[in-house]
Design a protein around this ligand. Structure first.
Ligand code: MTE
Ligand code: MO
Length: 377
């Protein structure tokens, strides 16, 4: 049952929702390592957790492929057919840090429609699997103008929630670049049940929503999927759009996350005793294959910025976050605002205020991260 499955997670996971289960690691443990242990990787579910028998498992490939086929797990793991791929990949939910937008949204008199993620809806793992491109090739390639691949995940029904199957799509161009992996191993273990056992998709540099868990079907199609999760959720609206004038067609489908970062230590309202330097820790990430190039912190609300020394940043990687630490100079006593921002390798940076990032779905909270602490110097 779901309770046994949940025992695989760390006892300190913060449960955002029990049904469907959604949880994130506590701040203290989120960036303790560059690779997130499986027990601490955030979990985002739209429905229940299906328990799939690996021996009965079949992946179906159909739609606009030359030779539609079915594969068992053994077929996919056959190294003579599909070369094994191993990659360290950061997965970020587009709802990461939503809690900051919720604090603006409250007071407008409407219910909050989404899970209140803090800074932990992001995690990094070493995945083993194969490139989806090779499987498409094995089916003779695409035909008749196919340009997208629709990905189907099994979903069990949760009481009172009509979730149906979880279906999204990714463009063929992304697959062709070998940036979509079908993974069965996570950090040296078989994929945990809660993370999609026995097989999931991991799309490098895209929001977590495209990385379908409990994968059972891939269909080649001409246009992006019209399934609800692709066409009606994960949309980025302009600020004039709200509950009463929302049309999915006006939203941008969120694929790559912009550059963002977060301070994981200290945390708001802490009193910090220090000798002129406050030790801070956190993460920085940029979607789409860009990486954090510089991370900067301010102890005065964003006037003066100190760059994290390169040796205090974890190693650069095209698909991975960088964790960091800094001794941030601070000579004032009293309430201060610590701010963090990142510049990626294209010199994109973060908006300075969360108000600028507000949008109806409360997605993509990529503004500079601000916390208030009491400094005792
Ligand atoms: N796949 C299925 N089948 N069902 C889901 O609800 N949620 C998606 C994606 N894949 C989801 C899914 C979302 S929104 C995210 S952010 C990631 O899975 C989270 O992956 P994780 O739970 O392994 O961290
Ligand atoms: Mo997500």
């Amino acid at each position: 049952s779901w309770k046994t499955v949940l025992k695989e997670k760390h006892p300190e996971m913060l449960h955002l929702l029990q049904f469907p289960y959604n949880g994130e690691p506590p701040k203290r443990l989120t960036t303790s390592k560059v690779i997130t242990p499986n027990s601490l990787h955030f979990v985002r579910n739209h429905g229940g957790i299906p328990l799939i028998d690996k021996d009965k498992f079949e992946l179906k490939l159909d739609g606009l492929v030359k030779n539609p086929k079915k594969y068992t797990l053994d077929d996919l793991m056959d190294e003579s057919k599909f070369p094994r791929m191993e990659k360290t990949i950061t997965m970020q939910c587009s709802g990461t840090r939503r809690i900051e937008q919720i604090s603006l949204y409250a007071g407008q008199g409407d219910e909050v429609p989404q899970a209140p993620w803090a800074e932990g809806a992001i995690g990094t793992a070493r995945y083993v699997g194969i490139s989806l491109k090779k499987v498409i090739k094995d089916c003779g390639g695409l035909i008749n103008g196919a340009k997208h691949l629709e990905l189907y995940g099994v979903e069990t029904y949760v009481k009172d929630l009509d979730v149906g199957n979880y279906v999204v799509s990714v463009p063929w161009s992304k697959v062709k670049a070998n940036e979509v992996i079908l993974a069965w191993e996570m950090n040296g273990e078989p994929l945990p049940k809660i993370h999609g056992y026995p097989l999931r998709v991991v799309v490098m540099g895209y929001i977590g929503a495209r990385s379908v868990k409990w994968l059972y079907r891939i269909k080649a199609i001409e246009n992006p999927s019209v399934a609800p999760v692709q066409a009606r959720e994960y949309l980025y609206f302009n600020q004039q759009v709200g509950k009463y004038n929302l049309r999915p067609i006006d939203g941008i489908q969120i694929q790559e996350m912009p550059v963002s970062s977060a301070i994981m230590s200290p945390w708001s309202k802490q009193t910090i005793f220090h000798n002129g330097k406050i030790h801070c820790k956190g993460w920085a990430y940029s979607g789409g294959g860009r990486w954090p190039e510089r991370v900067e912190l301010s102890a005065d609300g964003g006037f003066n910025w100190y760059a994290v020394p390169e040796e205090q940043l974890s190693k650069k990687g095209k698909w991975t976050w960088r964790t960091w630490e800094i001794d941030l100079p601070c000579d004032v006593e009293g309430w201060i605002e610590i701010v963090c921002r990142c510049w990626d390798n294209s010199l994109n940076t973060q908006p300075l205020n969360v108000r600028a990032a507000w949008n109806w779905g409360l997605h993509v909270t990529s503004s500079a991260h601000r916390i208030r602490v009491y400094s005792v110097n």
